[in-house]
Structure formats: C-alpha cells, structure tokens
Write a protein that binds this ligand. Structure first.
Ligand SMILES: Cc1cc2nc3c(=O)[nH]c(=O)nc-3n(C[C@H](O)[C@H](O)[C@H](O)COP(=O)(O)OP(=O)(O)OC[C@H]3O[C@@H](n4cnc5c(N)ncnc54)[C@H](O)[C@@H]3O)c2cc1C
Length: 444
C-alpha cells in the first residue's frame, strides 16, 4: 500500500547543506522532514571522514550562523572534539579539524533537538507536479514507496535529480559535461607528526615523483595531500583523485570507488615503505564511497560569476562571506589549482538568488547545486558555505510557506536580516571585520 505523509518543508539530502536547511527551517517552527539516501548525514563529509571544514573564517573571522554553533559546540566539549587550525595549503585560511563521529553525532543531535524528522536510507525518486508546483515527492525506503506531500521543497541532494525531473534547467560540470575529479580519502594511524611533517613541502612532491617513477603510484598522485588529522599522529590523505566520473551515474560511482580503493591501498603501502614517519602506520577510515565534488548546477535567478567574486562583490542579497580560492580539482583535461580568487584580506558574499529557481514557486536549492560558473563554483563550494547556504534557504522556505508566497516573490533583504539576526556575520551591510571577533580572540 502506498504510504502518504505530509510536511511543511521537505529537505532532500542530508549533506552539510541539507543539515543547515533542515535545522534552520525547524528552528523557526516549521514541520520539517529530511530524506537522506544513505544511513548517515554529512554527505561528502560522511563519505570522506575527517575532511576539514575549510572556508569558515574569511579574513580570519567566523562566518557565524549554524556553522559557528556547531564548531563552538565541538570545540568547547570536554575533551574538545574539534580545533581551528591554519591550513597547510596555499590560499586556504583557517579550517576546522574535528573528530568525525563526534561531529556527526552533534549534527544528528542538533536536528533532533530542533524537531526535524530524519528519514535515513530513504531515496527521493520523483517529484509529483501540479502545474509548476512540486506538491509531493515520491520516495522509497526498505518498506516500499512513500509519498511526502510538502508545502516547500528544498533540494540539497548535490546532484539535483528531483529538481531536474521537475524541469529546472541545469549545467553538468563546466557546461560541457566535464566535471571535477572525484576522490576517495583515508587516514593513516600511528604516523608521528614530527617525523611525517619534518619537511617543508606540504605536497610531498619529491616522494610522490619517486613513487610515480617506480610505477608504484598513479601519475595523478604527483601531489600528495597529506594533513594532520584531529587525533594526534593521524594523517588524513585527500590524495586519490579519479578523473572523468559522472557522479549522477551509480555504476560509474561504483567503478570509481573500487578503482579508488585500489589506488588508496597502493598509496598506503607506499607511505609505509617509502615515506619517513609512516613505517609503523596503518590505514584507517577509508571512505565508504567516493566524494563527488560537482555534478549538476541548477539555473537560478542569479548566476554567480567568478569575475564578480574576484572583485570582492558584497551582493545586496549576500547570505554568507567567503574567501576560498578557486579549488578546481582535476577535470579530465586540467590539473589542480588553488589560485586565490580575491586579494588577500578581502572576501565576497554568496547571493541568495543563486539558490532560487526562475520558475518553480515552492522549490529552493543549496550547496553544490548553487548556480555558478565553473570557476566561481570551485570557490563557493566549501562545507561551511554549504551549511550557510542551507541555513539561508531553510529560513526563506519558512517565510514563503507561512506567507503563502512564491519563492521568487520573497524580499531577499528580509532573508538577509533574518540571517543576520541569527548571527550570520558580514551580511546585510555589516563588514565582517567589524562584527566578528578575530580568530585569536575567540574562545574556541
Ligand atoms: C573529495 C572532496 C574534497 C573536498 N574537500 C573539502 C575540504 O577540504 N573542505 C571543505 O570545506 N569542503 C571540501 N569539499 C567540498 C564540500 O565537501 C562539498 O562541496 C559539500 O560537502 C557539498 O555539500 P552538499 O550538502 O551540497 O552536498 P553533498 O555533501 O553531496 O550531500 C548531498 C546528500 O544528498 C544525498 N542524496 C542525493 N540524492 C538523494 C536523493 N535522491 N534522495 C535522498 N538523498 C539524496 C546524498 O546521499 C548526500 O548525503 C570537498 C569535496 C569533495 C568531494
């Protein structure tokens, strides 16, 4: 028998964007359901355990909002479960390194406390349309089909299957279908930091070149992204990238995950045998699947352009600050870049209307579905910004729902004011430097 339930706001996808959206909407009193296809929230964060949250501190100040709440909660636990550290990579600012399980637990707890009904292992498969409106979404869980009728739908699925099926135009990757590389991550346990990081090359290029020359490492491992994990003498390896994978194709994802496992095992063995400090280390926390950086980017009222970000534009409807570099990772025909997008000491904001579709009246989207050109996308996609984008659309969805408005009719200035009132910093006429404490003054 077909089960039917209903809600005010339905959030599809429980990654960092979906977490922010569901938490924000529920904390304003809306009835919120979140459907997540896997058994855990976090999305890429859960697929790449230990991946630092980068981009939360433009010009050394916290962006505020839900990211700040979560970070402060983890940093002030006894014992602390997170720490803010400078990135070892060029052009990235401070990042949050955390205990993966503690962070996931805290996120579940925040959703539970806010009253979000979380549906795990539940896949949203098709929108039910009435004209331009999504009146319900057909889902499946292990007991069979489940239809969730919703006043507002927020797509935070990263891949945007439901939005695409509902008719929202999109670009795949760079618009020619060329997407950033996908990555399988792992950690090494028992690798003394003093020895591993005794050198001054953050990419371990000399060691990598040797491994490639000896045929022990894949040629795409010319730079080894090795960083200190949260727990002492653990090293997080964000190194194994696979090109040319379409993350919307489940079979390509399955094949890339198995290829990733092969390359991760080769790399772990190489580290143990050839890189000082890893002699007694062992592999741990291999991701359950590849992390997908980029698939569909949905068309919105506003398309974010890299040239506007490079000019440090603070949009009138800016909902979060950012100074992340253009972190473009191995499309099939390009290398890896982390070129700065803004001058040092500067930042831009991400506009709300890049998450508002042109036509559908009760749909919003956030996270890596945001409407942006490829270079702009490579900068705006950090997890703190995804949480903040989610927070913005969560607030907007409740406003549209309670007033019976189409999302296109919302006044973006009201969304910005509501976010500023929740502690999102550097928006709505505020300068981030004036309103957020510098990192060194924070009690984290
Ligand atoms: C390998 C890699 C390294 C990165 N490194 C960093 C870094 O160091 N620091 C940083 O801040 N950012 C980093 N990023 C960027 C950042 O992790 C992502 O941009 C961000 O996590 C995207 O969040 P999201 O919520 O938009 O999407 P996702 O994290 O992709 O979450 C989408 C969720 O939706 C679910 N879903 C999809 N379809 C459906 C459906 N139909 N029904 C139900 N559920 C569905 C998925 O299971 C998933 O949980 C990295 C990304 C990758 C891939």
């Amino acid at each position: 028998m077909q089960r039917k339930i209903e809600t005010d706001v339905l959030v599809i996808g429980g990654g960092t964007a979906g977490f922010g959206a569901a938490f924000a909407a529920a904390s304003r009193g809306a009835r919120v359901r979140l459907v997540e296809g896997t058994s855990k929230i976090g999305g890429v964060m859960a697929f790449c355990p230990g991946m630092p949250w980068g981009g939360g501190f433009p010009i050394g100040r916290s962006i505020g909002g839900v990211f700040d709440t979560l970070t402060t909660m983890l940093c002030t636990m006894q014992p602390p479960s997170a720490e803010v550290r400078p990135s070892t990579l060029a052009n990235f600012g401070a990042e949050v390194i955390y205990d993966h399980e503690a962070a996931v637990f805290a996120m579940f707890q925040m959703l539970e406390d806010a009253g979000v009904e979380v549906h795990l292992s539940t896949f949203a498969s098709a929108p039910v349309m009435e004209g331009a409106r999504i009146v319900a979404v057909d889902c499946h869980d292990r007991t069979g089909p489940l239809t969730i009728a919703a006043g507002m739908v927020i797509d935070c699925s990263g891949d945007g299957d439901i939005s695409a099926k509902a008719g929202v135009p999109f670009a795949l990757g760079d618009g020619r279908g060329n997407m950033m590389g996908v990555t399988l991550s792992f950690s090494m346990l028992g690798a003394p930091w003093e020895q591993v990081f005794a050198g001054d090359d953050p990419y371990f290029t000399k060691e990598a070149a040797r491994g490639i020359a000896e045929g022990r490492l894949h040629p795409d491992l010319a730079k080894l992204y090795l960083m200190r994990g949260f727990h002492r003498d653990t090293v997080f390896c964000n190194s194994v990238h696979i090109r040319g994978v379409d993350g919307t194709d489940p079979q390509q994802v399955a094949r890339a995950t198995q290829e990733g496992r092969r390359r991760c095992r080769q790399l772990a063995q190489f580290l143990v045998e050839c890189v000082p400090g890893f002699e007694h280390a062992r592999m741990s926390e291999l991701g359950p699947t590849i992390g997908v950086r980029e698939t569909r980017k949905l068309e919105a009222v506003h398309r974010i352009l890299a040239q506007d970000l490079a000019a440090a534009t603070k949009f009138a409807d800016g909902i979060v600050c950012c100074d992340n570099p253009i972190d473009d990772v191995m499309r099939s025909d390009t290398a890896m870049t982390h070129d700065a997008i803004v001058a040092e000491g500067s930042y831009y904001t991400i506009p709300f209307q890049a998450m508002v579709p042109r036509a559908l009246p009760n749909l919003l989207f956030a996270g890596r579905l945001v409407c942006a050109d490829p270079a702009a996308f490579a900068s705006v996609r950090g997890m703190p910004q995804c949480m903040a984008m989610g927070e913005a659309v969560g607030i907007a969805a409740t406003m549209a729902h309670t007033r019976g408005l189409a999302v296109q009719a919302l006044d973006p200035a009201e969304v910005v004011s509501a976010l500023a009132a929740r502690g999102v910093r550097g928006i709505g006429g505020e300068a981030l430097a004036d309103y957020a404490p510098a990192l060194e003054q924070m009690t984290l």
